[in-house]
Design a protein around this ligand. Structure first.
Ligand SMILES: [Zn+2]
Length: 86
């Protein structure tokens, strides 16, 4: 039997703690090579549409941000985990 669940509003507290941090100090795990390092070491390429951050070791794409008329899309497919020091 599946455990009872609540809706995503239950994430508001814990995620607001996690997302109120300097992301460049967070450590990400690269999907390409497994390296875990602070995002500040990523290689960032920017153009008018947004930017791409690549692993400083293997050049894999860690994340992309694409700006839209009303906000931005953040794609974190290249990061398998993010460590945030609290
Ligand atoms: Zn890598």
């Amino acid at each position: 039997m599946m455990p009872r669940h609540v809706d995503g509003n239950a994430l508001a507290g814990p995620l607001s703690d996690l997302f109120a941090f300097d992301v460049t100090c967070a450590s990400g795990r690269c999907v390409g090579c497994g390296d875990v390092t602070v995002l500040a070491r990523a290689m960032v390429y920017e153009d008018e549409m947004g930017f791409v951050a690549r692993c400083h070791l293997c050049d894999s794409m860690l994340l992309t941000v694409v700006r839209t008329a009303d906000g931005a899309w953040l794609d974190l497919q290249g990061i398998s985990g993010l460590h945030v020091a609290l």
